[in-house]
Design a protein around this ligand. Structure first.
Ligand code: ATP
Ligand code: MG
Length: 569
């Protein structure tokens, strides 16, 4: 798989620069903004950030850093019905965790409400805005269609005085919700529907999480965004492609007000296979109980991915690899997994954990004896050192490492066969113990004392398999949560008639099993990350407490999805 090549490089211009960075470099060369580079990340605090936002973060904060500029964080908080301080807090936490720092540049669109109101008065006075008494349904009916021009409202040509009076009374709370709006007077026949006298203010009699009950009229996104950029003297207002059609309106307000000419540039949003990326669907997943909250490790939210064990470095690496372009595209989930494997391979300490334990008694090993075996913490990182792992007469191995009637190519344990226990001894299976139903419940083995440390014996015997294990009396019990993709379909949004995206939820996206982990893990803390040898990368879940260890599987060691799918077919 082409993990290492960007799928979105087609529009890159300069060497190594995407089209937006090329533009910034060119502007710096020509002195267009007098050497200034100012970007912003403008989340609406109506939900948690997701991996798509990570792409936007990397782009906006990345450009600021690379070109010696600044990146603001601005909460685009114009809708009192959906926004909450809780979301502001989580967004700030997630942005910091991603490794980005806005310094003193923390702004809120709601702090601009007074200024926006004054500008609305100016537009009314300039004959560029009017109060309309039509209902929302009438406004949308009269807007026309792409083929057909809209109809001008009978209130469109009200006098400035009447507009000022009505707008002031809208603000004073004299009118009910939905009875009046303030509209920009642009062009009811424009081919761009957004320019057909767009709504600037609507009456919403609700408390805002920051401005309280000061306002009962609230500005729309379009009437707010460009002016907020302008107030902050943003040079590059970077947003996703769906805002392309909004750009003429963005420019119209800035020109009509004669304010700092921030410029909007669009790029393709991040889409990932095997998941969804919309707040509406996230809410459904959480509220319908398909996942256990916004930070469920299966969620593509930043908080979910963090809990899953991903590192900010891996996410940033992923965003760098997929690049920035204008062509809409779908990015492979495997590519994200590749990035986290690469990162964790370098830094996750190795430990032994048995996820489906099968008891093994080593008959010729002295009762009560314990030997401490030296185990390497990370073969990729010699500075990680080593640790001691206890070995004793009774151990656990992985159930799938034993077969009573093995096929020819099975080199692990079976009756009469010999294998190496990592860092310990070679053992040979001499007997199989079963319960009344015939299930294997225990193996009897012998060990060769000449193979201590897992070394080859002097007689030149060979083994083909090395198994991980834990000492039964020293092992710690753990709950292990095996996560897999949330959806079984590559694009759960591409549906046939009559299908629902929920039809493709993966019923095995979470499998909880009891495991046995080595003693070394007694003192872990939430989000510590490890490689369980031969099993994958795991991290400590925040549910974990002393005496009750809980681990999340971040990712398997290799891409096993192809096999899983085959099994399901
Ligand atoms: P959603 O569509 O999930 O509700 P949103 O676009 O409404 O997300 P905002 O809080 O408005 O979320 O987004 C903040 C910034 O992040 C915006 O600049 C937006 O363009 C960008 N962004 C949102 N989703 C993505 C994505 N999938 N890929 C890249 N950037 C994104
Ligand atoms: Mg939005």
């Amino acid at each position: 798989m082409a993990n290492d090549t960007s799928t979105e490089t087609t529009e890159r211009k300069g060497p190594g620069l995407d089209f937006i960075r090329s533009m910034v470099a060119e502007d710096l060369r020509t002195g267009k903004w007098k050497g200034r580079v100012a970007t912003r990340f403008p989340p609406e605090p109506n939900g948690y950030l997701h991996i798509g936002h990570a792409k936007s973060l990397c782009l906006n904060f990345g450009i600021a850093k690379e070109f010696n500029g600044v990146c603001h964080i601005r909460f685009d908080d114009t809708n009192p019905l959906t926004e909450k301080q809780e979301y502001v807090d989580s967004i700030k936490q997630d942005v910091r965790w991603m490794g980005f720092d806005w310094g003193e540049h923390e702004y809120y669109a709601s702090d601009y409400f007074d200024q926006l109101y004054e500008w609305a008065i100016k537009l009314i006075k300039d004959g560029k805005a009017y109060v309309d008494d039509l209902s929302a349904e009438e406004v949308s009916e009269q807007r026309g269609t792409i083929k057909q021009a809209g109809v001008e409202s009978p209130h469109r040509n009200r006098s400035v005085e009447e507009n000022l009076d009505l707008f002031e009374r809208m603000r004073a709370g004299e009118f009910d919700e939905g009875t009046r709006v303030l509209r920009a007077k642009i062009d009811m026949a424009s081919p761009n529907m957004l320019l057909r006298d767009p709504v600037m203010y609507r009456i919403i009699k609700a408390s805002h999480y920051r401005t309280g009950d000061k306002w009962c009229i609230y500005p729309t996104y379009d009437y707010t965004h460009g002016q907020s950029d302008s107030l902050e003297r943003i040079t590059y207002s970077i947003c996703t492609l769906e805002f392309e059609v909004h750009r003429p309106l963005y420019n119209w307000y800035i020109q009509a007000l004669g304010i700092f000419p921030s410029e909007q540039t669009e790029f393709a949003r991040l889409n990932l296979t095997y998941t969804v990326m919309s707040k509406r669907k996230f809410i459904a997943l959480v509220e319908e109980g398909h996942v256990n909250g916004w930070d469920d490790p299966r969620m593509p939210t930043i908080s979910g991915i963090r809990r899953r064990g991903y590192t900010p470095e891996a996410i940033r690496d992923f965003c760098g690899r997929i690049g920035v372009a204008r062509a809409a595209s779908m990015n492979q989930y495997e590519q994200l997994e590749h990035c986290i494997r690469e990162d964790l391979n370098k830094r996750a300490p190795r430990v032994m954990a048995v996820l489906d334990p099968l008891k093994v008694v080593i008959e010729n090993y002295p009762e009560g004896q314990v030997e401490e075996m030296e185990a390497v913490n990370n073969p990729e990182d010699p500075s990680a050192g080593s640790r001691m792992v206890p070995f004793s007469k009774t151990i656990y191995i992985e159930r799938e490492d034993f077969m009573e009637d093995p096929p020819k190519k099975f080199f692990r344990l079976s009756p009469g066969a010999e294998v190496r226990l990592r860092y310990a001894y070679w053992i040979k299976c001499t007997d199989v113990v079963k319960d009344a139903e015939g299930n294997v419940i225990e193996l009897r083995c012998t060990y060769d004392p000449e193979t201590r440390g897992g070394n080859n014996p002097p007689d030149g015997r060979k083994v083909k398999a090395t198994l991980h294990w834990v000492s039964a009396e020293h092992a710690l019990d753990a709950e292990v949560r095996l996560y897999d993709r949330l959806f079984t379909k590559e694009d759960p949004n591409a549906l046939e008639e009559g299908e629902d995206w929920r039809d493709y939820l993966n019923p095995e996206s979470l499998v909880v099993i009891p495991g046995k982990v080595e003693r070394h893990l007694a003192h872990v803390k939430p989000l510590d990350r490890f490689q369980f040898e031969r099993k994958g990368y795991f991290c400590v879940d925040p549910d974990s407490k002393p005496g009750k260890l809980v681990f999340n599987r971040t990712v398997t060691l290799r891409d096993t999805w192809a096999n899983v799918q085959k099994r399901n077919d």
